[in-house]
Write a protein that binds this ligand. Structure first.
Ligand SMILES: Nc1ncnc2c1ncn2[C@@H]1O[C@H](COP(=O)(O)OP(=O)(O)OP(=O)(O)O)[C@@H](O)[C@H]1O
Length: 932
């Protein structure tokens, strides 16, 4: 340490000059001039003391400063007027050398420019620091520099810090205090710390203070980097989201403006999206909360709800989850018993339930007595089982509630005993409290609503031709039970997923039609009609829809039906399933096995007339805005519509034709009202018609006569066929049931063509029908001699006198035909062709033949007979074994209107078909049989 007197340059707050550092400060012109003299006078660069003023409020000098060499003193170029030239400031650059101490600094005040000379102590300590202090400092410094290099905003800064790091790394122990000064001078440290550091003369002290500053600085820069980074990240994300949202809002605004008609009033469609969204979410939330506790569906809903909350609302995934949740919450889960459901149970308890059910069935359908009887039984069973299962469920619930209340009381007693016995236990009173509160709360808790067992009744399968009322019977059942009705059409369903839904991984996946029907019904116990189960595609590469249906219908499995989309077991046991089909042939055996079949075979003309008058006409009048005052269909007109314009087992075409008549009259009535200037709803027509006096002479006649039908409905469709049906050689009418379950007549046409004794069969025939054709011909060939076709028993009728082929054809060629029931019709056709005798065109027949000439029974008698009746056939030849079917199934009025011949053998068939004695026999039948 040495003393000297140096001019002091006060450094105003917050300036500080550390040894090794450089600083440039402005000084007033006068002081500058003085310093300039000093510089000019001295040989070397003069040394001054740069002492900081540590406070902005006072001018008192700090007691530590730095001796500094004047490196530069310059006056910046002139900007002001010459008069103020002396006061122009100088720029003084100083280079710090060593620490100086001002012994009487406290008494000395200073202002920049004062340049008072002060006595100072110069502290240049060249002692060696300890190795430990040096290495600690180095490590701290390197760490900080490393951080600064990484965070450097520019390349120049980075290079600078790197240079410092290299220097620090390479500096010797002796030079570490110098290095510390250097680093601290260049650090962005706090003023107070730097001031404090200025007073550290001892090398170790200097190093330790510098180390502390380095560590502090490192942590500050690390924290600030982290904050900057997170702020940066969130800012950029927020900015991005904000930007995208703004864009989306702008696009939606534009679209709304485009779509909105400025004149139209604001609708709910214009409501703010966010509001609608929030309402939807709130609704969904309350639905989830309403789900039964601990149920699978609730767990799944909660899980998905949480996922939805975590997912950004604009993402695709969010839409998928929301869609799923909407479905999940929309399904009427059986665990939530709605008030309307309870109302149904009340309806079942009604003592007049059965009478009302009968009334309902009668009100909806005419005839069908047997079916209605069966349905009444069915409804009675459903009612009894339903009430029984509800009773059981209620008893079980009450029992459980009682058990819980006992358990609660017991535990509350135990709890109080426990608390009395161990009062010292600090946990004991709390436990007792909990148990007591559990025990007392249970009896007052509501008894849970009973969970009913499903009604495992038979599944009804209505089979019959189209339009026979299968669907509407299903609706009647639902009405009688007071349950919602849903119809699922299975026609053409090829994909199992249509029944079971698609897994959620599929794009645009959704639940199957069972879940859709449940959602629409809004209750867990609707009547679901599975329409056209016979049209369900068989197993294919899309899965097996039939198998899925089995699961739905099987009472053992359907309490936990698994829809792939919903993926939570759904209890279908309370759903009443009813199936319909046109034919049983295409229904898989396991499915058929689960159903109870109810046949609806079609209506007679008489029934159709009743149905038309009681149901179809009023329905059509109402649908077309007319009343019975406006239209009257005469009996012959209605019969003509039924017989000549429609020829089907059901009543759908009849309804359509009646609808056409009603619409025709509606147009007439409207025109008439317009022509007389009256309101259509205030005027009632006279039965004989109204004629307006004067032009325009419009007339309205409310009665529709038979002869007007051609004008309204066009030429009758079936007139033509009637005229065409003629008695011809080789032509016989057989009876068939079509794939739709509809009966009718089918001409069997045969003709002779030159050939070599072969039989040609055409008309999309199956193997069985082809075989029965060959069988029939063989029988005829065998008996050609007996039937006077050939002259000797050994002659072949197809070879002698000329070789011929027989061609048999069954129109319509495009429709597939099979089965053995055309056997007797084919035999008659061959006999007619070879003998020349004709079968009258009002005769039709069905029956299987054997090679022995026996006639075997066939199916579909009711449909066939009704079809024949519709086709104006008067004589029907049927197998003897089918007599009971006619007795049981064919309505009496049809039986009365037709002549039935029941046959056991082919000779009886020939006699019935051609007439007694027309076909001669050389021998009697017993001989024929014995010969075979
Ligand atoms: N016995 C009947 N009494 C009154 N209306 C009937 C009767 N039978 C059928 N209908 C009426 O005939 C129309 C057709 O009936 P529905 O739709 O039930 O036929 P379907 O047998 O289901 O036919 P599909 O097999 O084509 O589905 C309905 O309007 C129905 O009300």
């Amino acid at each position: 340490m040495s003393s000297a007197t140096l001019p002091v340059i006060p450094l105003p707050y917050p300036l500080i000059l550390l040894p090794t550092a450089r600083a440039t400060i402005p000084i007033p012109g006068d002081a500058g001039e003085t310093l300039l003299h000093l510089v000019q006078e001295s040989d070397a660069q003069p040394v001054v003391a740069a002492v900081p003023i540590p406070s902005a409020e006072s001018d008192v000098l700090h007691d530590w400063g730095s001796s500094a060499r004047i490196v530069r003193l310059v006056r910046p170029p002139r900007t002001g007027t010459p008069s103020r030239d002396r006061s122009r400031p100088y720029l003084l650059t100083l280079h710090g050398l060593s620490r100086v101490y001002l012994p009487n600094a406290k008494d000395s005040q200073g202002k920049i420019g004062d340049l008072l000379e002060h006595k100072v102590e110069l502290h240049t300590n060249n002692a060696l620091p300890t190795a430990e202090a040096a290495s600690t400092f180095k490590a701290a410094a390197l760490k900080l520099l490393d951080r600064l290099v990484k965070d450097a905003a520019s390349d120049t800064k980075r290079d600078f810090y790197m240079k410092l790091a290299t220097m620090t790394d390479e500096v010797s122990i002796q030079r570490t205090p110098w290095m510390a000064d250097m680093l601290v001078a260049n650090l962005n440290a706090e003023y107070a710390d730097k001031l404090d550091y200025l007073s550290a003369v001892e090398p170790d002290d200097r190093l330790s203070r510098a180390t502390a500053m380095m560590v502090k600085q490192t942590s500050i820069s690390e924290v600030s980097r982290k904050i900057a980074q997170s702020v940066d990240e969130s800012l950029s994300k927020q900015q991005k989201e904000f930007f995208l949202r703004q864009q989306m809002a702008a696009i939606q605004r534009e679209l709304r403006d485009l779509q909105r008609n400025p004149k139209s009033p604001t609708s709910e469609l214009d409501e703010a999206d966010e509001q609608v969204d929030a309402e939807d979410m709130a609704e969904m939330r309350s639905k989830i909360e309403a789900m039964a506790k601990d149920s699978e569906e609730r767990k799944m809903a909660v899980r998905e709800w949480r996922r939805l909350k975590r997912t950004p609302s604009t993402s695709v995934e969010s839409g998928v989850i929301r869609n799923y949740l909407e479905w999940l919450t929309a399904i009427p889960w059986p665990t939530s018993v709605s008030s309307s459901h309870l109302a149904t149970t009340a309806a079942l308890r009604d003592r007049d339930f059965m009478a009302k059910a009968r009334q309902q069935l009668d009100a909806d359908h005419f005839g069908l007595d047997k079916i209605k009887k069966r349905l009444t039984e069915y409804l009675a069973v459903v009612r009894l089982k339903e009430l029984q299962s509800e009773k059981e469920a209620r008893m079980a619930a009450e029992k459980e509630a009682q058990l819980q209340s006992h358990a609660g009381e017991a535990s509350s007693q135990n709890a109080s005993l426990e608390s009395e016995a161990r009062p010292a236990d600090p946990e004991s009173p709390n436990k007792a409290l909990v148990k007591v509160s559990q025990g007392t709360s249970t009896p007052s808790a509501p008894i849970p609503l009973p969970k009913k067992k499903g009604v495992k009744g038979p599944i009804l399968l209505f089979v019959g031709p189209p339009g026979t009322g299968k669907t509407s019977l299903g609706q009647s059942i639902a009405r009688a039970l007071g349950r919602p009705f849903q119809r699922i059409s299975l026609g053409g369903v090829r994909d199992e997923a249509e029944i079971r839904g698609h897994r959620r991984t599929y794009v645009a996946s959704g639940p199957g039609n069972i879940v859709q029907a449940l959602r629409k019904a809004g209750r867990p116990d609707p009547v679901i009609l599975l329409d056209e189960v016979d049209k369900l595609a068989s197993s294919n590469f899309h899965g097996d829809p039939g198998a899925a249906l089995l699961e739905v219908l099987d009472p053992e499995q359907n309490h936990s039906f698994n829809d792939h989309y919903i993926n939570v077991p759904i209890d279908l046991s309370q759903v009443l399933f009813i199936c319909t089909a046109n034919t049983l042939d295409t229904i898989a055996a396991p499915l058929l096995d689960r159903c109870e079949i109810v046949h609806l075979s079609g209506y007679t003309y008489d029934e159709k007339m009743h149905i038309a008058r009681k149901f179809l006409l009023p329905k059509q009048l109402q649908a077309n805005g007319l009343t019975t005052d406006h239209l009257e269909l005469t009996e012959p007109a209605l019969l003509r519509i039924a017989t000549h314009y429609t020829r089907e087992a059901g009543v759908r075409s009849l309804e359509r034709a009646i609808g056409a008549v009603v619409r025709f009259k509606a147009v007439g009535w409207a025109e008439y009202c317009d022509s007389i200037g009256a309101e259509p709803d205030t005027l009632v027509p006279h039965s004989e018609g109204e004629t307006v006096v004067g032009a325009p002479a419009k007339q309205y006649k409310k009665v529709v006569e038979e002869d007007e039908l051609e004008q309204i409905l066009g030429i009758a469709r079936w007139d033509e066929e009637e005229r065409e049906r003629e008695e011809r050689r080789g032509l016989v009418y057989g009876l068939v049931v079509t794939g739709m379950g509809e009966g009718g007549i089918l001409p069997v046409e045969t003709t002779v063509v030159p050939g070599s004794g072969k039989l040609k069969l055409t008309g999309s025939l199956g193997d069985v029908i082809k075989e029965s054709g060959e069988l029939a011909l063989s029988w005829v060939k065998t008996h050609a001699y007996d039937l006077y076709i050939t002259k000797s028993p050994s002659e072949d009728p197809l070879k002698n006198p000329d070789p011929i082929d027989i061609h048999l054809h069954l129109p319509s060629g495009a429709v597939k035909k099979d089965g053995p029931s055309a056997g007797i019709a084919m035999t008659c056709a061959f006999v007619s062709l070879l003998t020349g005798a004709c079968v009258p065109s009002n005769v039709a027949m069905t029956g299987e033949v054997t090679l022995r000439g026996r006639v075997g029974p066939v199916g579909g008698i009711k449909e066939k007979v009704l079809g024949a009746h519709r086709a104006q056939i008067t004589t029907v030849i049927l197998p003897w074994a089918n007599r009971k079917d006619v007795e049981h199934d064919v309505p009496p009025q049809v039986r009365k209107a037709m002549h039935f011949v029941f046959v056991r053998t082919l000779d009886e068939v020939l006699e019935a078909a051609f007439g007694k004695g027309v076909i001669g026999w050389r021998r009697n039948i017993s001989l024929v049989e014995s010969r075979l």
